[in-house]
Design a protein around this ligand. Sequence first.
Ligand code: HEC
Length: 244
Amino acid sequence: MLIVSLINTRRYSILLVLVILFSLGSCKHEPEEMNTNVIPNPNDSIINGVSCDPDSVYFQNDVFPILISGCAKSGCHDAASAEEDVILTSFQSIINTGEIVPGDPSESKLYEAITENDPEKRMPPPPNAPLTTEQILIIRKWIEQGAKNNYCTSECDTNNFRFQTAIRPMINTNCKGCHNAIQASGGIRLDDYNSVKAVAENGKLIATIKHDPGYSPMPKGGNKLSDCKITQVRKWIADGAPDN
Ligand code: HEC
């Protein structure tokens, strides 16, 4: 009898503790906000990423690298400079300060700025080159398709490590905007074969994209390159960094 009541008391006290804990927890009535800024890095998300559909544009794969290397630079639209209060370093800051209207490029301030005819108002401003027609089209399509924070995974062949078909396109997308004749960040240009070869040979190309300690991680402010792309660069260098 005593034992039974002891067990019962313990049961009730456990229940009571649970009830108290539960009601404490439910005191919080703030809405659960979805943090759209925290997205899985596309390079780490082979399992969850949708495979790339050629008719779709993906923010993390296609749009973010253009804005990072074209706009989110020191002195322009990185968090420290924030020219005209525009910061283009993350999905959320791009949506907010680029005043993106999903579905409507012509109403979106960022799109207006990159397509502006008046060179005084155009972004990126002279002497920087304007975005290419292809880059502008990617951004237009992304807005038309709802300006989502999406990403996809595509086949990447580590056996393709040719300069013309693998290395150069990767550099043009991820690096050239900050490393060219007009803006040679860190004194480094990556806008032609010889300049890329020089950085390949002194070891800095592979060290920066692998995020080796002692080197500035590249692309600065952007997503780390996928393992496949890093392997392509490594193989190209091991092959003597040829120009084909
Ligand atoms: C948003 C601009 C930006 C982008 C994009 C960018 N870089 Fe850089 N890079 C810099 C700046 C600025 C420096 C100077 C060092 C620093 O401030 O971290 C630099 C320095 C470097 C250096 C010298 C680093 C060292 O430790 O000596 C290398 C090599 C380099 N970048 C390669 C690349 C490669 C390769 C890519 C593309 C995969 C790339 N960068 C993309 C801005 C950029």
